[in-house]
Design a protein around this ligand. Sequence first.
Ligand code: ZN
Length: 193
Amino acid sequence: MHSSYNPESFGWPAHPKIVPFTYYSAKGFLPIPFPSGVADGTQDLWTQFLTELEPLIDGGFMPGTCWGYENRDIAGTNTRSFHSYGLALDINAPYNGRGGNGGNGRFQIPRSAIAIANKYGMESGLQWDYTDPMHFEIHLSPSEVAGNSVSSFTNDTGGTDTSSIASLLGNFSPLLLIGVLVIIGVVLVATQT
Ligand SMILES: [Zn+2]
């Protein structure tokens, strides 16, 4: 993870291609659009990060309060924000204003988000002196992002992959439904003879 606050110093162009991005909730909540988009190539990394972050937030992500690309400087400075490169997201903005310390209230970013962000090569605004709890930014080069697996971001040894469990359940539920319908059919036939 790069410690510089200038993405161009670790390989990003001054104006990366920005693409639309929508997060589809692993918990069945509403899709969360980031209407202004993110840097092309970062979508999978953001999805993996958000999938892991979502269960830790009471209420998950609130549509309409999550932001991505915006061409602007860091407030009070002449330094371009990571938002200007499509390398930053703000989550549940009205509930996570500057100076906050994170927490477990409704739509609040918990402090455990720091470790998840770091695992994916990101920095959390909760790590800063003047905190910005809603804010997460990517500190990886384009090629590191393109590597696109958790093991390439960190030395994480793994654990329960909740997204694959969710997809497994998703695959099983139609079979379960068919099974129930067959049993009902057998019972109906049995009761009519
Ligand atoms: Zn931000």
